[in-house]
Ligand binder design. Sequence first.
Ligand code: AMP
Length: 275
Amino acid sequence: MELFETEGTFLTWRKNVSSQIGFVPTMGALHEGHASLLRRARRECDKVVLSIFVNPTQFGPNEDFNKYPRTLEQDCIVAKECGIDVVFAPAQFYSADFSTYIEETKRSIHLCGKFRPGHFRGVTTVVYKLLRLVDPHFAYFGLKDAQQFFVIKKMVEDLNLSTTLVGCDTVRESDGLAMSSRNRYLTKEERLRAPLLYQTLLSTRIALLEKKTPWKTLQTQATQALTQSSMTPQYFELCSIPDLQPTEALSSGQHILASAVLTENGTRLIDNVIF
Ligand code: AMP
């Protein structure tokens, strides 16, 4: 496995590779969720590139950019175990006078877009830069961040990028909590409560499929259940797929995303179910 910390050294490697490349972009602090993407890329592609970059442009001014975990040495061990060919972990990825951004304007406005102004602009910009640099055949993303996946998919379609995106199932702890680099911020009590997010999403899905209770009632009940357990829901929403517009009812043949975010003492926990 090779580690490249500059664009120049990575490009020198890339220019000599003509086989099929699978790419997994991350911000590091790798866990089993990331490893599942890496293993899938390993199974499906000739060469696998993992990028690790804590992207400043997707963090808001009061978010956790400075305290975001940076564990490159440990991440390289995980990458090696997953059989990765190349880790691209640039110290810098933006020039000092960087001034060009990529912005998706429909799928990114609801859900997290409402609460994190500029977040998806930062995500699409860094992923565009990475896809241009790595030029992979396949790029693997987790559906835990479902909005991110569908926003990036639209960017790839709209801007004629040749990469095929692969959405991968969410990997969970044994109690159902979605694995996340941010779970390590949780106190013992918060960690014990956290699985309720997924449980509430699942019970809401069951109730919706029964079609007896209107969405707005289910939304209120879900929010109340979380609040009563001392959790702070930021949103609990239902959206159409893939265009991510708010919806209130199921129509046959249409995929729906139920998506929720909790903010526990400044830690954002996100989870989704698709059905
Ligand atoms: P991050 O490092 O948090 O930006 O995540 C990098 C990639 O890993 C994104 O495509 C995430 O959606 C994906 N990912 C993060 N957590 C999980 C998880 N628990 N299961 C599956 N994929 C995940």
